[in-house]
Design a binder for this molecule. Structure first.
Ligand SMILES: NC(=O)c1ccc[n+]([C@@H]2O[C@H](COP(=O)([O-])OP(=O)(O)OC[C@H]3O[C@@H](n4cnc5c(N)ncnc54)[C@H](O)[C@@H]3O)[C@@H](O)[C@H]2O)c1
Length: 324
Protein backbone atom coordinates (compact mmCIF):
# COMPACT_ATOMS: atom_id res chain seq x y z
CA UNK A 1 0.00 0.00 0.00
CA UNK A 2 1.42 3.38 -0.99
CA UNK A 3 1.59 6.10 1.64
CA UNK A 4 0.84 9.51 0.13
CA UNK A 5 1.15 12.72 2.14
CA UNK A 6 -1.71 14.99 1.12
CA UNK A 7 -0.78 18.50 2.16
CA UNK A 8 -3.90 20.67 2.34
CA UNK A 9 -5.94 17.45 2.31
CA UNK A 10 -8.64 18.88 4.61
CA UNK A 11 -9.59 21.49 1.98
CA UNK A 12 -12.06 21.25 -0.88
CA UNK A 13 -10.14 19.53 -3.68
CA UNK A 14 -7.74 17.80 -1.29
CA UNK A 15 -10.50 16.05 0.68
CA UNK A 16 -12.13 14.67 -2.48
CA UNK A 17 -8.75 13.38 -3.66
CA UNK A 18 -8.05 11.82 -0.25
CA UNK A 19 -11.37 9.99 -0.39
CA UNK A 20 -10.64 8.67 -3.87
CA UNK A 21 -7.07 7.66 -2.96
CA UNK A 22 -8.39 5.64 0.00
CA UNK A 23 -11.01 3.97 -2.21
CA UNK A 24 -8.28 2.95 -4.68
CA UNK A 25 -6.12 1.19 -2.08
CA UNK A 26 -3.69 4.02 -1.31
CA UNK A 27 -2.99 5.15 2.22
CA UNK A 28 -3.44 8.93 2.24
CA UNK A 29 -2.04 10.80 5.25
CA UNK A 30 -3.55 14.27 5.56
CA UNK A 31 -1.27 17.14 6.64
CA UNK A 32 -3.13 20.40 7.16
CA UNK A 33 -3.00 23.37 9.54
CA UNK A 34 -6.80 23.74 9.33
CA UNK A 35 -6.44 27.46 8.57
CA UNK A 36 -9.05 26.98 5.83
CA UNK A 37 -9.81 23.27 5.85
CA UNK A 38 -12.20 21.12 7.87
CA UNK A 39 -11.35 18.20 10.12
CA UNK A 40 -14.78 16.63 9.33
CA UNK A 41 -13.83 16.47 5.63
CA UNK A 42 -11.32 13.69 6.35
CA UNK A 43 -12.89 11.82 9.25
CA UNK A 44 -11.54 8.34 9.91
CA UNK A 45 -8.26 8.86 8.02
CA UNK A 46 -4.73 9.46 9.30
CA UNK A 47 -4.51 13.18 10.07
CA UNK A 48 -1.50 15.23 11.12
CA UNK A 49 -2.12 18.82 12.08
CA UNK A 50 0.83 20.93 11.00
CA UNK A 51 2.02 23.86 8.95
CA UNK A 52 3.86 23.78 5.65
CA UNK A 53 6.44 26.09 7.15
CA UNK A 54 7.41 23.58 9.88
CA UNK A 55 10.21 21.54 8.37
CA UNK A 56 10.94 19.52 11.50
CA UNK A 57 7.34 18.40 11.77
CA UNK A 58 7.19 17.55 8.04
CA UNK A 59 10.33 15.42 8.30
CA UNK A 60 8.92 13.58 11.34
CA UNK A 61 5.75 12.80 9.39
CA UNK A 62 7.72 11.63 6.31
CA UNK A 63 9.61 9.23 8.51
CA UNK A 64 6.72 8.08 10.66
CA UNK A 65 4.60 7.04 7.65
CA UNK A 66 7.37 6.18 5.17
CA UNK A 67 5.86 8.56 2.65
CA UNK A 68 6.50 7.78 -1.03
CA UNK A 69 4.90 10.79 -2.72
CA UNK A 70 3.40 14.15 -1.83
CA UNK A 71 0.23 15.70 -3.23
CA UNK A 72 0.27 19.39 -2.50
CA UNK A 73 -3.04 21.32 -2.33
CA UNK A 74 -2.23 23.80 0.46
CA UNK A 75 -2.32 27.42 -0.65
CA UNK A 76 -4.20 30.65 -0.27
CA UNK A 77 -6.53 30.87 -3.25
CA UNK A 78 -8.26 34.26 -3.46
CA UNK A 79 -7.10 36.36 -6.39
CA UNK A 80 -8.47 39.65 -4.99
CA UNK A 81 -6.81 39.12 -1.61
CA UNK A 82 -3.51 38.28 -3.33
CA UNK A 83 -3.55 41.73 -4.97
CA UNK A 84 -4.10 43.45 -1.61
CA UNK A 85 -1.81 41.23 0.48
CA UNK A 86 0.84 39.75 -1.84
CA UNK A 87 3.31 39.11 0.99
CA UNK A 88 0.89 36.64 2.61
CA UNK A 89 0.63 34.80 -0.73
CA UNK A 90 4.36 34.67 -1.48
CA UNK A 91 5.00 33.33 2.04
CA UNK A 92 2.37 30.58 2.00
CA UNK A 93 2.27 29.66 -1.69
CA UNK A 94 6.00 29.95 -2.49
CA UNK A 95 8.32 30.18 0.54
CA UNK A 96 6.51 27.42 2.45
CA UNK A 97 6.48 25.19 -0.64
CA UNK A 98 10.25 25.60 -0.89
CA UNK A 99 10.38 24.46 2.72
CA UNK A 100 8.28 21.40 1.85
CA UNK A 101 10.49 20.57 -1.14
CA UNK A 102 13.60 20.84 1.06
CA UNK A 103 12.01 18.54 3.64
CA UNK A 104 11.25 16.05 0.85
CA UNK A 105 14.86 16.25 -0.39
CA UNK A 106 16.24 15.66 3.07
CA UNK A 107 13.87 12.72 3.58
CA UNK A 108 14.45 11.10 0.18
CA UNK A 109 10.87 11.60 -1.09
CA UNK A 110 11.05 11.94 -4.88
CA UNK A 111 7.53 12.43 -6.26
CA UNK A 112 5.36 15.56 -6.04
CA UNK A 113 1.92 16.41 -7.45
CA UNK A 114 1.19 20.13 -7.48
CA UNK A 115 -2.14 22.01 -7.69
CA UNK A 116 -1.44 24.66 -10.25
CA UNK A 117 -4.02 26.80 -11.98
CA UNK A 118 -5.33 28.33 -15.21
CA UNK A 119 -4.35 31.64 -13.57
CA UNK A 120 -0.72 30.92 -14.54
CA UNK A 121 -1.70 31.66 -18.18
CA UNK A 122 -3.13 35.17 -17.72
CA UNK A 123 -5.05 36.64 -20.67
CA UNK A 124 -5.68 33.93 -23.28
CA UNK A 125 -4.12 34.44 -26.71
CA UNK A 126 -6.08 31.58 -28.29
CA UNK A 127 -9.63 30.25 -27.77
CA UNK A 128 -8.61 27.10 -25.89
CA UNK A 129 -5.60 27.02 -23.60
CA UNK A 130 -3.20 24.13 -24.14
CA UNK A 131 0.10 23.38 -22.39
CA UNK A 132 2.14 25.47 -24.85
CA UNK A 133 0.10 28.61 -24.23
CA UNK A 134 2.35 31.41 -22.85
CA UNK A 135 2.32 31.64 -19.05
CA UNK A 136 1.94 35.32 -18.13
CA UNK A 137 -0.07 35.63 -14.92
CA UNK A 138 -1.86 38.90 -14.28
CA UNK A 139 -2.11 38.73 -10.47
CA UNK A 140 0.06 37.71 -7.49
CA UNK A 141 -1.89 34.45 -6.98
CA UNK A 142 -1.03 33.33 -10.53
CA UNK A 143 2.56 34.50 -10.04
CA UNK A 144 2.97 32.36 -6.92
CA UNK A 145 1.76 29.25 -8.73
CA UNK A 146 4.00 29.86 -11.75
CA UNK A 147 6.99 30.38 -9.43
CA UNK A 148 6.43 26.96 -7.92
CA UNK A 149 6.19 25.42 -11.40
CA UNK A 150 9.61 27.00 -12.16
CA UNK A 151 11.05 25.78 -8.84
CA UNK A 152 9.90 22.28 -9.70
CA UNK A 153 11.65 22.37 -13.09
CA UNK A 154 14.88 23.41 -11.36
CA UNK A 155 14.51 20.74 -8.65
CA UNK A 156 14.06 18.09 -11.32
CA UNK A 157 17.21 19.21 -13.21
CA UNK A 158 19.35 19.50 -10.08
CA UNK A 159 18.01 16.83 -7.72
CA UNK A 160 15.90 14.52 -9.86
CA UNK A 161 12.68 15.39 -8.01
CA UNK A 162 9.83 14.40 -10.35
CA UNK A 163 6.66 16.44 -10.35
CA UNK A 164 3.28 16.78 -11.98
CA UNK A 165 1.76 20.26 -12.25
CA UNK A 166 -2.00 20.13 -12.86
CA UNK A 167 -3.48 23.43 -13.96
CA UNK A 168 -7.12 23.29 -13.01
CA UNK A 169 -9.72 25.51 -14.60
CA UNK A 170 -12.88 26.07 -12.46
CA UNK A 171 -13.03 23.27 -9.89
CA UNK A 172 -16.66 22.65 -8.95
CA UNK A 173 -19.29 20.17 -7.77
CA UNK A 174 -19.27 17.88 -4.76
CA UNK A 175 -18.88 14.20 -4.00
CA UNK A 176 -21.92 12.08 -4.97
CA UNK A 177 -22.18 10.84 -1.36
CA UNK A 178 -23.08 14.38 -0.21
CA UNK A 179 -20.67 13.92 2.73
CA UNK A 180 -18.05 16.38 1.48
CA UNK A 181 -18.21 19.44 -0.75
CA UNK A 182 -16.98 22.96 -1.28
CA UNK A 183 -16.73 25.12 1.84
CA UNK A 184 -14.59 28.24 1.61
CA UNK A 185 -14.73 31.28 3.91
CA UNK A 186 -15.23 33.70 2.35
CA UNK A 187 -16.75 31.93 -0.64
CA UNK A 188 -15.70 33.56 -3.91
CA UNK A 189 -16.57 30.81 -6.41
CA UNK A 190 -19.57 31.22 -8.66
CA UNK A 191 -21.42 27.90 -8.28
CA UNK A 192 -21.62 27.89 -4.46
CA UNK A 193 -22.60 31.57 -4.49
CA UNK A 194 -25.37 30.90 -7.02
CA UNK A 195 -26.63 27.93 -5.00
CA UNK A 196 -26.56 29.93 -1.77
CA UNK A 197 -28.84 32.44 -3.54
CA UNK A 198 -31.11 29.53 -4.55
CA UNK A 199 -31.13 28.27 -0.95
CA UNK A 200 -32.13 31.72 0.32
CA UNK A 201 -28.81 32.16 2.16
CA UNK A 202 -28.02 35.23 -0.01
CA UNK A 203 -30.52 37.80 -1.26
CA UNK A 204 -29.28 37.57 -4.87
CA UNK A 205 -26.38 36.64 -7.12
CA UNK A 206 -24.29 39.44 -8.58
CA UNK A 207 -22.99 39.08 -12.14
CA UNK A 208 -19.96 41.23 -12.89
CA UNK A 209 -20.10 42.42 -16.50
CA UNK A 210 -22.68 41.80 -19.21
CA UNK A 211 -20.82 43.55 -22.05
CA UNK A 212 -18.00 41.08 -22.71
CA UNK A 213 -17.38 39.98 -26.31
CA UNK A 214 -19.19 36.65 -25.69
CA UNK A 215 -22.54 35.44 -27.13
CA UNK A 216 -24.61 36.73 -24.18
CA UNK A 217 -22.13 39.32 -22.84
CA UNK A 218 -21.23 37.43 -19.63
CA UNK A 219 -17.86 35.72 -18.94
CA UNK A 220 -17.29 32.20 -20.20
CA UNK A 221 -15.55 29.63 -17.98
CA UNK A 222 -14.65 25.94 -18.04
CA UNK A 223 -16.13 23.99 -15.09
CA UNK A 224 -14.56 20.69 -14.10
CA UNK A 225 -15.92 18.39 -11.40
CA UNK A 226 -13.78 17.95 -8.30
CA UNK A 227 -13.93 14.13 -8.59
CA UNK A 228 -12.70 14.34 -12.19
CA UNK A 229 -9.78 16.37 -10.84
CA UNK A 230 -9.18 13.81 -8.09
CA UNK A 231 -9.06 11.03 -10.69
CA UNK A 232 -6.56 13.01 -12.78
CA UNK A 233 -4.27 13.28 -9.73
CA UNK A 234 -4.14 9.53 -9.32
CA UNK A 235 -3.62 8.88 -13.05
CA UNK A 236 -0.85 11.48 -13.20
CA UNK A 237 0.85 10.18 -10.05
CA UNK A 238 0.89 6.67 -11.49
CA UNK A 239 2.29 7.81 -14.85
CA UNK A 240 4.97 9.98 -13.22
CA UNK A 241 6.14 7.11 -11.03
CA UNK A 242 6.02 4.53 -13.81
CA UNK A 243 7.96 6.67 -16.30
CA UNK A 244 9.98 8.55 -13.67
CA UNK A 245 9.42 11.86 -15.41
CA UNK A 246 7.90 15.25 -14.74
CA UNK A 247 4.58 16.10 -16.40
CA UNK A 248 2.33 19.14 -16.99
CA UNK A 249 -1.39 19.03 -17.80
CA UNK A 250 -4.25 21.49 -18.23
CA UNK A 251 -7.41 20.13 -16.65
CA UNK A 252 -10.77 21.36 -17.84
CA UNK A 253 -13.72 19.97 -19.78
CA UNK A 254 -12.80 21.80 -22.98
CA UNK A 255 -16.29 23.40 -23.06
CA UNK A 256 -17.11 26.91 -21.94
CA UNK A 257 -20.33 28.06 -20.28
CA UNK A 258 -21.28 31.66 -19.71
CA UNK A 259 -22.31 32.96 -16.29
CA UNK A 260 -25.84 33.51 -17.65
CA UNK A 261 -26.01 29.91 -18.94
CA UNK A 262 -24.80 28.59 -15.61
CA UNK A 263 -27.42 30.59 -13.73
CA UNK A 264 -30.12 29.26 -16.06
CA UNK A 265 -28.96 25.68 -15.42
CA UNK A 266 -28.87 26.32 -11.65
CA UNK A 267 -32.47 27.63 -11.76
CA UNK A 268 -33.52 24.47 -13.63
CA UNK A 269 -31.72 22.11 -11.21
CA UNK A 270 -32.93 23.84 -8.03
CA UNK A 271 -36.38 24.87 -9.25
CA UNK A 272 -35.83 28.29 -7.63
CA UNK A 273 -36.11 31.56 -9.55
CA UNK A 274 -33.58 33.49 -7.44
CA UNK A 275 -32.72 37.13 -8.02
CA UNK A 276 -29.85 38.07 -10.37
CA UNK A 277 -28.22 41.52 -10.31
CA UNK A 278 -25.99 42.74 -13.12
CA UNK A 279 -23.07 44.98 -12.15
CA UNK A 280 -20.02 46.53 -13.84
CA UNK A 281 -17.08 44.36 -14.92
CA UNK A 282 -14.42 43.52 -12.31
CA UNK A 283 -10.79 44.30 -13.14
CA UNK A 284 -8.71 41.33 -14.23
CA UNK A 285 -11.49 38.95 -15.38
CA UNK A 286 -10.71 37.63 -18.89
CA UNK A 287 -13.81 37.27 -21.13
CA UNK A 288 -13.21 33.58 -21.88
CA UNK A 289 -11.10 30.92 -20.12
CA UNK A 290 -11.43 27.44 -21.58
CA UNK A 291 -8.95 24.54 -21.43
CA UNK A 292 -7.72 22.36 -24.22
CA UNK A 293 -7.55 19.08 -22.26
CA UNK A 294 -6.39 16.93 -25.21
CA UNK A 295 -2.93 16.24 -23.75
CA UNK A 296 -4.40 14.84 -20.52
CA UNK A 297 -6.84 12.81 -22.58
CA UNK A 298 -4.13 11.37 -24.85
CA UNK A 299 -1.47 10.70 -22.20
CA UNK A 300 -3.53 9.88 -19.10
CA UNK A 301 -6.68 8.55 -20.73
CA UNK A 302 -8.47 11.22 -18.66
CA UNK A 303 -11.81 12.60 -19.71
CA UNK A 304 -14.22 14.44 -17.42
CA UNK A 305 -17.22 12.27 -16.53
CA UNK A 306 -19.49 14.97 -15.04
CA UNK A 307 -21.31 17.54 -17.24
CA UNK A 308 -22.48 20.96 -16.05
CA UNK A 309 -25.88 19.66 -14.93
CA UNK A 310 -24.24 16.92 -12.83
CA UNK A 311 -21.77 19.41 -11.40
CA UNK A 312 -24.60 21.70 -10.27
CA UNK A 313 -26.73 18.80 -9.03
CA UNK A 314 -23.96 17.41 -6.79
CA UNK A 315 -23.12 20.92 -5.53
CA UNK A 316 -26.82 21.51 -4.78
CA UNK A 317 -27.12 18.25 -2.84
CA UNK A 318 -24.15 19.40 -0.76
CA UNK A 319 -25.44 22.96 -0.30
CA UNK A 320 -28.81 21.73 1.02
CA UNK A 321 -27.30 19.35 3.59
CA UNK A 322 -23.82 20.64 4.27
CA UNK A 323 -22.07 19.53 7.46
CA UNK A 324 -19.36 22.23 7.49
N1 LIG B 1 -10.76 25.77 -6.24
C1 LIG B 1 -10.41 26.01 -7.50
O1 LIG B 1 -11.23 26.27 -8.39
C2 LIG B 1 -8.95 25.93 -7.88
C3 LIG B 1 -8.60 26.20 -9.22
C4 LIG B 1 -7.25 26.12 -9.57
C5 LIG B 1 -6.30 25.76 -8.62
N2 LIG B 1 -6.67 25.52 -7.34
C6 LIG B 1 -5.63 25.15 -6.37
O2 LIG B 1 -6.01 23.93 -5.75
C7 LIG B 1 -5.55 23.88 -4.40
C8 LIG B 1 -6.68 23.52 -3.49
O3 LIG B 1 -7.74 24.48 -3.61
P1 LIG B 1 -9.04 24.36 -2.69
O4 LIG B 1 -10.12 25.07 -3.39
O5 LIG B 1 -9.21 22.95 -2.26
O6 LIG B 1 -8.56 25.25 -1.44
P2 LIG B 1 -8.94 25.08 0.12
O7 LIG B 1 -8.68 26.41 0.75
O8 LIG B 1 -10.27 24.45 0.27
O9 LIG B 1 -7.85 24.04 0.63
C9 LIG B 1 -6.52 24.39 0.95
C10 LIG B 1 -6.13 23.63 2.21
O10 LIG B 1 -4.76 23.92 2.53
C11 LIG B 1 -4.65 24.17 3.92
N3 LIG B 1 -3.49 25.06 4.10
C12 LIG B 1 -3.32 26.31 3.61
N4 LIG B 1 -2.12 26.79 4.00
C13 LIG B 1 -1.53 25.82 4.74
C14 LIG B 1 -0.27 25.72 5.42
N5 LIG B 1 0.60 26.74 5.44
N6 LIG B 1 0.03 24.58 6.08
C15 LIG B 1 -0.84 23.53 6.09
N7 LIG B 1 -2.05 23.57 5.46
C16 LIG B 1 -2.38 24.71 4.80
C17 LIG B 1 -5.97 24.80 4.33
O11 LIG B 1 -6.26 24.66 5.71
C18 LIG B 1 -6.96 24.02 3.44
O12 LIG B 1 -7.40 22.84 4.10
C19 LIG B 1 -4.93 25.24 -4.12
O13 LIG B 1 -3.53 25.13 -4.22
C20 LIG B 1 -5.47 26.13 -5.23
O14 LIG B 1 -4.56 27.15 -5.56
C21 LIG B 1 -7.96 25.60 -6.95
Amino acid sequence: MKNILVVGGAGYIGSHTVKMLASRGYNPVVYDNLSKGHRQAVEGLPFEEGDLGDKTRLKEVFQQYQIEAVMHFAAFIEVGESVKEPSKYYHNNVASVLNLLDAMQESGVKYFVFSSTAATFGEPVQPQINESHPQQPINPYGNTKLMVEKMLEDFDRAYGLKSVALRYFNASGADDSGCIGESHTPETHLIPLVLQAAAGKRPSIKVFGSDYPTPDGTCVRDYVHVNDLARAHILALEKMEKENKSLRYNLGSGSGFSVAELIQEAKAVTGVDFKVEYEARRAGDPAVLVADPSKAQAELGWKPMYNLKQIITTAWNWEKNRRF
